[in-house]
Design a protein around this ligand. Structure first.
Ligand code: FAD
Length: 408
């Protein structure tokens, strides 16, 4: 696949294509999401074939496929739980990058205990009316739609009265406010719903069956399974202020020169190699580099196992939680090694430092990774309960109607 992809890029890359045209070409060649099924824009590729494709895009230094939560979680949710009509309607625009989705799960009173969401969904004919607040919504400002879990029945216990929708964010009842982070970015947002509307045709699965779809979405998120080929310079999908109509050559220059790093956690391994070439590495640092490599190899094998169970129609199980821990473990080693290699330069920030200050930016982003996608502590609870058979966390309210559960 590596040579095939290199040849394909050689033949098709042209600086003057628009991003829309480039993603369309990649999609037609089935190189954007090689692990997706061949029935839906993919190639049924294995992990190692997909890695070969990613490596070819990276080596050529061209733009990679559309990225974001829509392709990471929205697409597998649609493929697994969507109706045929929903698949036809949503998958093509996720695959060609014209739509980007965000994940509207967490609320001020519901994070680790996600089944406590209180955002309200009330039926109104063929539509639902949504009222409430979400928080920490990554990429909402640049998204066209969101995967929303809302409470449709307050008389049911908390896991039972939830319904899952794909809601249009471009409507008057939706207000999005960015939250500034300590790394200077405003990657996530608060989202307020004030009589927002979503069609019943945009409901995924049955009314009050939202918890099952929510849990599966988190599995897709943690296992990172449906990410695109990656490997190239990354640009998020969705309403990117006209990005889709910009020439790829111009966009590539802009993203490479950008001092803000859109991909807060990615690409650290190759960056560390570059610093190491400049500064050298002692035996202990080399050992850390090897730890990093082993962590990544184990993650690849786990991902391969999850891919094969997904091909049998199963949603990711507790192994998705081990994937999340591999990810944060790798990020932690990268951060520590990167700062060690940089020495005193690690205290400075700015684009004119080694590898454009990427390690320092990453250092400030890293604490959020162990919380994103469900905190590391919660992943350990899941592995303990579901894989090791340890006793469940104490729960006081699994059978009480949600409206009667005391809230602060
Ligand atoms: C970078 C980033 C991006 C995010 N993007 C999104 C997004 O796009 N969409 C979205 O919906 N949400 C998003 N989130 C929110 C994220 O899912 C929540 O922050 C996370 O689930 C934790 O919830 P919380 O913040 O309410 O913390 P809490 O649940 O209040 O947890 C606080 C602390 O208590 C610990 N804790 C809680 N319960 C337990 C337990 N049972 N056992 C052991 N320890 C426990 C936690 O580990 C944590 O350390 C994002 C968060 C981050 C940091």
């Amino acid at each position: 696949m590596y040579q095939f992809t290199l040849d394909w890029i050689e033949e098709n890359w042209n600086d003057s294509l628009t991003l829309r045209q480039w993603w369309q070409l990649m999609g037609d060649a089935r190189l954007s999401f090689p692990r997706w099924p061949s029935a839906w824009f993919g190639r049924d590729c294995t992990e190692s074939e997909q890695n070969d494709i990613a490596r070819a895009f990276a080596d050529k230094g061209v733009l990679g496929p559309p990225t974001g939560l829509g392709v990471l979680m929205g697409a597998p949710v649609t493929m697994t739980f969507g109706t045929e009509e929903q698949k036809q309607r949503w998958l093509p625009s996720l695959a060609d990058g014209t739509e980007g989705w965000c994940q509207l799960f967490s609320e001020p009173g519901a994070g680790s205990d996600l089944a406590s969401v209180s955002c309200r969904a009330e039926r109104d004919g063929d539509e639902w009316i949504i009222n409430g607040q979400k928080v920490w919504t990554s990429g909402a400002l640049h998204s066209t739609r969101g995967m929303l879990v809302a409470r449709s029945d307050f008389d049911q216990p908390k896991h039972k009265g939830l319904t899952y929708f794909i809601i249009d964010l471009e409507q008057p009842g939706v207000e999005i406010r960015p939250i500034k982070q300590m790394n200077g970015a405003a990657h996530f947002n608060e989202v307020f719903f004030n009589d927002a509307r979503v069609s019943d045709a945009d409901r995924v699965s049955d009314v009050n069956n939202g918890w099952a779809i929510t849990a599966a979405t988190l599995g897709f998120e943690r296992s990172g399974l449906s990410e695109g080929a990656g490997g190239g310079v990354r640009v998020a999908a969705g309403k990117q202020a006209g990005n889709l109509d910009r020439a790829v050559g111009e966009l590539l220059k802009h993203v490479k020169a950008s001092k803000s790093h859109p991909d807060e956690y990615g690409g650290l391994f190759s960056s560390l190699q570059k610093i190491q070439q400049a500064t050298g590495m002692n035996a202990i640092q080399r050992q850390k580099m090897i730890d990093l490599y082993m962590n990544e190899r184990i993650a690849e094998m786990t991902r391969e196992r999850i891919t094969s169970s997904m091909k049998k129609g199963q949603s990711p199980g507790p192994e998705a939680s081990t994937m999340k821990l591999h990810w944060t473990n790798g990020l932690r080693i990268s951060r520590d090694l990167g700062m060690e290699l940089l020495g005193a330069e690690g205290m400075l920030t700015g684009g004119d430092l080694q590898i454009e200050g990427k390690v320092q930016h990453f250092f400030l982003s890293m604490p959020s990774a162990s919380i994103a996608g469900g905190s590391d502590e919660v992943q350990r609870n899941i592995i303990g309960e579901k894989s090791l058979g340890l006793p469940k966390d104490a729960q006081t309210d699994p059978k009480t109607p949600f409206k009667d559960i005391p809230k602060n």
